[in-house]
Design a protein around this ligand. Sequence first.
Ligand code: GTP
Ligand code: MG
Length: 690
Amino acid sequence: MASNPKDVSGATENGRLGGGATRCAAILGPYQSGKTSLFEALLHATGTVGRKGTVRDGTTVGDTAPEARERGASTELSVGHGAFLGDSWTFIDTPGGIEFTLDSRHACMIADVAVVVVEPEAAKAAAAGPILKFLDDHGIPHVVLLNKMDQAGETVREILGALQGFSTRPLALRQVPIRDGERVTGYVDLVSERAYRYREGEPSALIELPGSVADREAEARAELLETLADFDDGLLEQLLEDVDPDRTEVYTHLAETLHSDLLVPVLLGAGEHDHGIQRLLKLLRHETPDHTATVARRGLAEGAEPMAQVFKTVHAPHMGKLSHVRIWRGTVKDGETLNGAKVSGIYAATGGKLDKRPSAGPGDVVALGRMDPIQTGDVLTPTGGMPDKGLGWPEVPQPVFARALKVAERNDEVKLSGALAKLAEEDPSLLVRHDPELGELAIWGQGDTHLRVVAERLRSRFKLDVTLSEPSVAYRETIRNRVDEHARHKKQSGGHGQFADIRITVEPIGRGSGFAFEEKVVGGSVPKNYIPAVAEGCREGCRRGPLGFPVVDVKVTLTDGQHHAVDSSDMAFKIAARSGLHDALAKAVPVLLEPIHQVTISVPSEATSKVHGILSSRRGQILGFDAKDGWPGWDTVTAYLPEAEMHDLILDLRAQSQGLATFAWTFDHLQELTGRLADRVVEHHEAAVG
Ligand SMILES: Nc1nc2c(ncn2[C@@H]2O[C@H](COP(=O)(O)OP(=O)(O)OP(=O)(O)O)[C@@H](O)[C@H]2O)c(=O)[nH]1
Ligand SMILES: [Mg+2]
């Protein structure tokens, strides 16, 4: 760990040691834990908003998009800036919904610290698991805020115990609550040993340390120091000798352990009521590293030229494309060229409001205008030579939920594909697929809410009348039997006639073989030059089989035939082949094939047995299950699952696992589908396609 106190930008209670660059804190946490309300409280406390808004009234700085306001839940990240005791801060509020995780991960990658907001309930601790795991895996310094303490029904100890199970770093409680009956009315800070009483909408008031918490305070303080001593031999010696360590020294240790992501401080608060906000801001002020430490942690290329990184792309109405960046180094001026694109406007964003700026300096978080070729994650420099995104740039999660997307007006189809391209650029976890064979546009994303939000954006931002529906499955068909067929095409319509005669054998071949053609013609009964036309006719005949779907895994052998010196032609042979194949397929016992995917489900162990139930009710075939590598308390279940059952599998999985289970999938094979299910597919297809 860093032992030089100058490496850290804040080690004394009196003020930071480091420079004045803007630092950045990302606010993340499980769904509805109170992040947007906390973001509002932080912006209020740091002088950006005069009158605090609430999520309930739809008046917060965050969540300005109509789809977020309507839900009372964040659907994308929001940026805001403030100043606290002379330090400049950027806060990024991120959505907690598991379907919008990518935004929060991107924010973490450019932040100096993450504030993980969790609800004070042991049973909800698991929801913070994937977030803590992500921060641990990436070594991102983070603080936990036990929020909504105004509603806490359990002891802090119980909650912390449950959370610790999901963190590889020790969680170090920094405050103990003061209670009046059931209600939490204030806290004691375990380093300064000062007691405070919460006040609604105001900073807490310093009070005498109540006798009732003295024992608990002493015990919790000793625990905190012991945890810290695990990382410092000097401190350990002092504790063993019963020496009370100097307070300044304790702050230095705390700052160092946070910088190096060795320890996770835990604070208490209630963002909506401004409880614990000052304490959180002070901790951030003294203990958060600045952007230079973050650049080093991220392993971003060294150099002298200015450098910035995009963490969010937005196509704002009337503004064009905005690339939200953190400036890692140097100064970026309006009009400058970065990675070959000209910066057209630099803006400081506060929620949906943009303030134009002439330039942005180290540590700043700003939006750059009209950087059209630039994508989220790109590292920008004047020479544009930066090859990578730095350490640990998050992978885009594989889509797990699909819907077919239709637009009411055919004329709007071009506009729709333009709008979808923009939305997919804003949100790489959205995938757009056009299937020409099914004539269907499908969107794939992270869940039902995610795709509904996409549809709402298409309606509100792009004025497109779109609807979502069940997507089609790419069924195929094949045959069971071998059939010999004779086909003749003959037309005599005065002058030149048409004549072709063929004998073919049609037979099933191995799964995954597709289409095969062979000719065994002897004595030139079908002249060589017409054989490609026969093959082509058969191939065309496979485009739509007797059940209505493309035919696969079939071999056609041309065995014999007849021709006419004048009336035969390529066209005649092609027509004969097509009709011969059509009749042969109908006689050869056609059978439906459905795509089967191999799915690997990740699930907290307590829900594993439920996953087995879900899979069997969806015609899944379980291949095995195991403990998930590197994820204590999680399992993976592998299974074959029909595509028809996979489109909305995620809904059941989440419903049975506190929203946490997820899955990855790859196409595996086609498998026969028979009986009532197959009949229904064919009927449905006939009704739809005709
Ligand atoms: N009792 C209590 N409720 C709170 C507090 N903070 C937020 N809430 C309520 O919790 C709900 C969610 O608040 P948000 O601030 O939108 O939570 P969020 O974490 O941003 O939610 P997502 O972005 O959807 O993950 C709202 O109904 C708030 O009124 C708090 O400190 N105490
Ligand atoms: Mg929110």
